[in-house]
Design a protein around this ligand. Structure first.
Ligand code: ATP
Length: 359
């Protein structure tokens, strides 16, 4: 029985492309969870951001939107950026990355879980047989010089990898804390054999690991990690790595469990957190009503878990188990999973499972 009364303010940033469609389905599921847990109240405020907002106002991330995220208890984001709308020097607008840096959301947490064996291109894995989480450092690493504008007429362009002791310590600590609640194993992914910044990352990892003697560790170079993820993803529990390696391997890992539509994420700091599907705005399928909303629905569940009150946790669990139940039937599949279920139908299936499941 849930006894506390809790109320949380949620900033919604639907964004571009399929973002608004998948956020609408996540809100539908959050509302169903609130019906089951009446002591939980969520107040939503919607804010503009993204490439579409840039076309309207000239700013993809208005100050009022940042403030809206700052004052909210948590933020749920859809997707941002459109390939045709770029800065003059060629890179895409990425307010979803800017916000991680502005709110210091250093811990990119990306759970990878197989809900149905039919979702995986790999053979031999039952539901739950792939179950790992990637901790991606979100504020430095190979993304450090991403705001620099290249001279497109010059003979070369140079990016900087920045790895700080503080940045590495805090992401490693987040990974070890998570491992303590899971199977007590952390894999460091780096390129310490080649890059000095990665040798430094490894040495800080080793120092943090010494403070967690109850957690087993191993160390894998990023190229080998890509191979092992495909050959035997079951060997991994918690994986920790710098920004760009996390960007790349989390897409690879999502591919093992059905693709981007099945991969939720949380960008978490000490004060704030933003939850969003790991995918982008998917312009190739935007407006067709066929996007898979599961990643965003699961991100909403992660958000409730992070909010942390007893009733929010119960609601988080309801959503997670409803997704599990819906995915038990391989016919409940959107186009990316080889089925014909549309975005809103998938949202409605999860909503019904939430409303009908035992507490
Ligand atoms: P970003 O760089 O912002 O992560 P991206 O350009 O790498 O974005 P995505 O937008 O993530 O790419 O899309 C990659 C592929 O995955 C596309 O083919 C897209 O249609 C597909 N995809 C992404 N999200 C979903 C979803 N929710 N449902 C179905 N397919 C999706």
């Amino acid at each position: 029985m849930v006894s506390s009364m809790s109320s949380y303010s949620i900033a919604l940033l639907p964004g571009d492309g399929i973002g608004p469609d998948v956020v609408a389905e996540a809100v539908r599921c959050l509302n169903a969870a609130q019906q089951r847990v009446p002591s939980l109240t969520l107040h939503y405020t919607e804010h503009p951001a993204g490439a579409g907002e840039f076309l309207k106002s000239g700013n993809p991330l208005p100050e009022a939107t940042i403030e809206g995220c700052r004052v909210a208890d948590a933020t749920l984001l859809g997707a941002m950026g459109l390939p045709g709308i770029r800065w003059p020097w060629g890179t895409e607008m990425t307010p979803q990355i800017d916000i991680r840096e502005i709110l210091d959301l250093y811990s990119g947490e990306r759970p990878i879980y197989l809900y149905n064996s039919s979702h995986s291109p790999l053979r031999g894995f039952d539901a739950g047989g792939i179950d790992l989480i990637i901790y991606r450092e979100n504020t430095e690493g190979m993304f450090a010089s991403r705001r620099n504008q290249p001279d497109l007429q010059a003979d070369e362009a140079v990016d900087t990898i920045r790895v700080t002791r503080r940045g590495t310590e805090r992401i490693c600590r987040a990974a070890f804390e998570s491992a303590r609640k899971r199977r007590k194993h952390v894999t460091l992914v780096d390129k310490a054999n080649v890059l000095p910044t990665m040798a430094f990352f490894r040495s800080v990892f080793d120092e943090v690991a010494a403070q967690y003697p109850d957690v087993a560790t191993d160390r894998v170079y990023v190229d080998a990690a890509a191979l092992f993820l495909v050959k035997n993803p079951a060997r991994f529990d918690v994986m920790v790595m710098e920004n760009m390696f996390g960007d790349i391997l989390s897409d690879l890992a999502a591919g093992l469990v059905g693709g981007m539509g099945m991969a939720p994420s949380g960008d978490i700091g000490d004060e704030h957190a933003v939850f969003q599907p790991s995918h982008g705005s998917a312009p190739d399928i935007a407006g067709k009503g066929i996007a898979n909303p599961i990643a965003t629905i699961l991100s909403a569940s992660m958000m409730l878990e992070w909010l942390g009150g007893e009733d929010a946790r119960v609601a988080a669990n309801l959503i997670f188990h409803a997704v599990k139940e819906v995915c038990c039937d391989p016919a409940n599949a959107t186009a990316d999973l080889g089925g014909a279920v549309r975005t809103a139908e998938m949202g409605a299936l999860v909503e019904r499972a939430i409303l009908e499941s035992p507490l």
